[in-house]
Design a protein around this ligand. Structure first.
Ligand code: GLC
Length: 572
């Protein structure tokens, strides 16, 4: 009996010692877009075994966790964001057994797996939807169904709501003789969150994946979950410059950001916390995707989100943003983060042009540098660590529904194909992504020189810059150091972190002219060392810089550190 008690105590101590409540606080989260990451079976589409075979790369660049865009069973109308079975893997990507192998390998490499959870809608091929059409209980009210409106005897949708992918958000169903709501493609019917049975179903989905070893969820389009219960028309955005059926032509006060969303999120946070407590595992990470106002985004913190995606580098900052603009955006975020929570910085994702294309090749490393030196979590889209660029698509080549539905004159404004091309591993067939020379999206023609293998062999490359950033992010000065965001000479944004004798500074020259600044009077060591410099800059890591004349070449970003950090890091 005594022996059993000792053993139980030992196990308890061993298990609780393994829990790390702070694991996420300074994390790098890497987004993998499975269709485009690595194809293992030569069908031209990425898959789970492909991802598993490349997890060493994810570990090598120092990610703590990776988020997988959807791999669930899906007719692929929206490339996986239209799910016909929330608890199974699409055969294109593999099987549940492949998934388990991926999780096991991730674990052995110290990587956490985050799933994409798509609560707003299912696929129109989901059995729930098929049963809902037939009004089979309890599925009859699983979706948002409304009667038609008849104007002069002509059938019309119930109101003016528009889909994110153009045109009415309502689709007529001739069997049920009603319209259903779809805020995205017609193949993505909106689930009815006012129905408690739906909320319960979706909780079961979360539990299913947590039981399979996942460490959190990226919650897709969370702010679309609820709609106005009176189904009122939305007001016009007064945008004569865009077509009448374009999503941006209305102000979405009745279909987005409703208060009820935050309450549902709280129940998911509780479910995940309870799961972590029962299984004695690290806290689950929740990343919420809501393109919403700043106030409504940060509100997700207090409802359980670990990472309410901060999209400021995507939606607010652009190439002509001044150093002062950047300072304003960063300060606003830092001020808004509630006590005990951490900031986050999203560099890119599969819905927006790549960072190297938004800010230009020379500035590809700039945003990553800023994201990595600021306190909190950096979210990196696969390929951005090697500076991959958008590929231009013709309308005929376009496959993304957001592009196709916009028509030949406007597809390029909406299509997300440019940022989704296959990962460029090397200079062999299809950039080493697939043995097939025909891939689901064409490989970017720049792959012969822009690829991981090449950049690994180079002394000076995006990949090398990224690796330096990752190792600096692990230093206590970044974890805990004081933050100062300053502007010098109107052109230079300076972000510094200071802890005791350690100093780390990123300087970004937002202009096309070189600049030299004197910061020697600012309580910094007289000599700093160049730790990393963006590609295109002529500064080289390891060279010394005097703080009375710090040079920042045009369009460049430079990471300076005090000598103690540089040497200690290079000794390791
Ligand atoms: C999110 C996803 C996007 C998808 C949409 C509908 O915005 O990131 O790719 O098309 O939701 O699920």
């Amino acid at each position: 009996m005594l022996r059993l008690t000792i053993l139980t105590c030992f196990l308890f101590v061993a298990l609780s010692a393994a829990v790390n409540p702070n694991w996420y606080k300074n994390a790098v989260v890497y987004q993998i877009y499975p269709r485009s990451f690595k194809d293992s079976n030569g069908d031209g589409i990425g898959d789970l075994n492909g991802i598993t075979s490349k997890l060493e790369h994810v570990a090598d660049i120092g990610a703590d966790a990776f988020w997988l865009s959807p791999i669930y069973k899906s007719p692929q109308v929206d490339f996986g964001y239209d799910i016909s079975n929330f608890t199974d893997i699409d055969p294109t990507y593999g099987t549940l057994a492949d998934f388990d192998r991926l999780v096991a390998k991730a674990k052995s490499l110290g990587l956490k797996v985050i799933m994409d959870f798509v609560p707003n809608h299912s696929s129109h091929e989901h059995p729930w939807f098929k049963n809902s059409i037939k009004k089979i209980k309890p599925y009859d009210e699983y979706y948002v169904w409304r009667n038609a409106k008849y104007v002069n005897g002509k059938r019309q949708p119930p109101n003016n709501w528009l889909s994110n992918f153009q045109g009415s958000a309502w689709e007529w169903n001739n069997d049920r003789k009603q319209y259903y709501l779809h805020q995205f493609a017609a193949g993505q019917p909106d689930l009815n969150y006012r129905n408690p049975a739906v909320r319960e179903e979706m909780k079961n989905v979360l539990t299913f994946w947590m039981n399979r070893g996942v460490s959190g969820f990226r919650i897709d389009a969370i702010n679309h979950m609820f709609e106005d219960s009176q189904f009122r028309d939305e007001p016009s955005a007064n945008r004569p410059d865009i077509p009448k059926n374009d999503y941006d032509s209305l102000v979405h006060i009745y279909t987005k950001d409703l208060n009820e969303t935050y309450d549902v999120l709280k129940t998911w946070r509780k479910l995940m916390d309870d799961h972590s407590a029962h299984t004695n595992t690290d806290p689950k990470m929740i990343l919420t995707e809501a393109y919403a106002s700043h106030e409504l985004t940060v509100k997700y913190y207090n409802s359980g989100s670990t990472v309410p995606f901060n999209f400021m580098f995507i939606t607010d900052a652009h190439n002509s943003s001044s150093a002062m603009d950047f300072k304003g955006m960063i300060d606003r975020w830092m001020k808004a983060v509630p006590e005990g929570k951490v900031a986050n910085w999203v560099v890119g994702n599969h819905d927006n042009h790549r960072v190297a294309s938004r800010f230009g090749r020379h500035r590809a490393d700039e945003i990553t540098m800023i994201a990595m030196i600021l306190p909190g979590i950096a979210v990196i889209y696969n390929g951005d660590e090697i500076g991959m660029e958008d590929r231009n698509f013709t309308y005929a080549e376009t496959v993304d529904p957001a592009g196709c539905n916009s028509g030949p004159a406007r597809y390029y404004l909406r299509s997300r194909d440019p940022e989704r091309t296959p990962y460029q591993w090397d200079n062999t067939t299809s950039a080493g992504f697939s043995s097939n020379n025909k891939t689901w999206l064409p490989v970017h023609s720049n792959y012969k020189t822009l690829n991981l293998k090449h950049q690994k062999a180079e002394y000076y490359s995006h990949y090398q810059v990224f690796k330096s950033l990752r190792s600096i992010k692990r230093q206590s000065v970044i974890e805990r150091g004081e933050l100062k965001v300053e502007v010098y000479d109107k052109r230079i944004l300076s972000i510094s972190r200071v802890l005791g004798n350690d100093t780390v500074i990123v300087m970004t020259n937002r202009s096309n002219k070189p600049a030299a600044v004197n910061i020697s009077s600012r309580n910094v060591p007289p000599l700093l060392i160049v730790y990393a410099a963006s590609i295109g800059s002529n500064l080289r890591p390891g060279t010394l810089a005097l703080t009375n004349s710090l040079l920042v070449p045009k369009e460049s970003s430079v990471l300076f550190t005090s000598l103690n950090i540089y040497w200690s890091d290079h000794e390791n």
